[in-house]
Design a protein around this ligand. Structure first.
Ligand SMILES: NC(=O)c1ccc[n+]([C@@H]2O[C@H](COP(=O)([O-])OP(=O)(O)OC[C@H]3O[C@@H](n4cnc5c(N)ncnc54)[C@H](OP(=O)(O)O)[C@@H]3O)[C@@H](O)[C@H]2O)c1
Length: 320
């Protein structure tokens, strides 16, 4: 089969299009004929070697790609509820393998797509919307009529939060952008309002969702309401290794981390209800993302685009 392989950490040029043997599913796994594989910033960070010290399963040589949609090709001996020919989407698969004609995924993280659901929209939103459901229900407890702030609002993960937060009872979902030129785009994604971070001085939020990190994380602590919680979910703007815990102490606030790739293997039973909630939000049109598709051989171009920032919507590889 055709697949993209990373044989050493480095620039996008390390993404090679190669021929690999077709993988076979283990007892609890399914083999998926991949029609769509989304490119996430996490794929870029892993490819660069930024997480080399974190013991991730994706180490060279590996095939990137943690979010796919496609058709079940074969199921493992112990798999029930899925069969060859089913149209499916996967959640974020810690072992990767999605930039390929065939991917192996755990059955517990593979979901039948409702009839009529566009697989490009499914792959663009299902893993991130499931992540959003789990983050807002497992990492924090939303108070009634919660005010939620999402940093980096136009990002792939951030952009599914308005629909998910509202389904879970949030009263207001605000997003930040780093250029005023993208305020309208963010509001088009369903945020009640979008703003430059610096213009939020004096406002307070019950939950701040932070996929950006870097120096913004520490500053965002000042926007937490009494008993507010910041969820650290990413580092698009760099890592944030030190925070002022005295500020948390005196402010009755808190920071919690959430990483779906580490969470789902430990709590597989929580995947299905969260994915169902995510699929409902995608199915009713409350999440609709701009998508651009590329053949597998252009994986390096998609990584170059992601690395440069400013992408609107999702970049998706189409292996078939
Ligand atoms: N915790 C989880 O389970 C989970 C799940 C999925 C993703 N993630 C993580 O979430 C992060 C975002 O991933 P993604 O796929 O959503 O990436 P993305 O689509 O590239 O979005 C990144 C967002 O952050 C903004 N941004 C980047 N650098 C910034 C800076 N210095 N200051 C302010 N804003 C900045 C970008 O703005 P521009 O568009 O203007 O560049 C964009 O809105 C990554 O670290 C990824 O690993 C975590």
């Amino acid at each position: 089969m055709k697949a993209v392989q990373v044989t050493r950490y480095g620039t996008p040029e390390v993404l090679d299009l190669v021929q690999l043997p077709e993988p076979a599913p283990g007892p609890d796994e399914v083999a998926v004929d991949v029609t769509h594989a989304a490119v996430g910033l996490i794929d870029v960070l892993i490819r660069r070697g930024d997480f080399a010290a974190h013991g991730l399963p994706m180490r060279p040589p590996y095939t990137p790609g943690i979010e796919v949609a496609g058709t079940v090709r074969a199921v493992g001996a112990d798999v029930t509820g899925l069969a060859a020919g089913d149209r499916v989407g996967t959640l974020s698969i810690a072992t990767g393998g999605g930039y390929a004609e065939v991917m192996i995924a755990p059955a517990a993280a593979t979901f039948r797509l409702p009839d009529g659901l566009d697989p490009a929209q499914a792959v663009a939103a299902l893993p991130n919307a499931t992540t959003a459901v789990l983050a807002l229900t497992r990492a924090v407890t939303l108070p009634p009529d919660a005010r939620v702030l999402v940093l980096g609002a136009t990002g792939a993960l951030a952009s599914v939060f308005p629909a998910v937060a509202r389904r879970l009872g949030a009263a207001e979902v605000v997003g930040t952008v780093r250029s005023a030129a993208r305020i309208a785009e963010a509001e088009g994604l369903g945020f009640d309002r979008a703003a430059l971070f610096d213009s939020l001085d004096g406002q307070r939020f019950d939950v701040v969702v932070d996929p950006v990190g870097g120096e913004l994380r520490g500053r965002a602590l000042g926007l937490l309401a009494d008993m507010g919680r910041l969820i650290a979910v990413g580092g698009a703007g760099g890592s944030a290794r030190s925070l002022d815990t005295d500020q948390l102490w005196f402010g009755n606030t808190g920071v919690v981390g959430f990483a779906v790739g580490n969470f789902l293997p430990r709590f597989p039973a929580l995947a299905a209800p969260a994915a169902a909630e995510a699929l409902a939000a995608i199915g009713d049109g409350s999440i609709k993302l701009n998508v651009e598709t590329f053949p597998l051989g252009r994986a390096a171009d998609t990584h170059t685009r992601m690395e440069a920032g400013g992408v609107s919507g999702r970049l998706i590889l189409t292996p078939r």
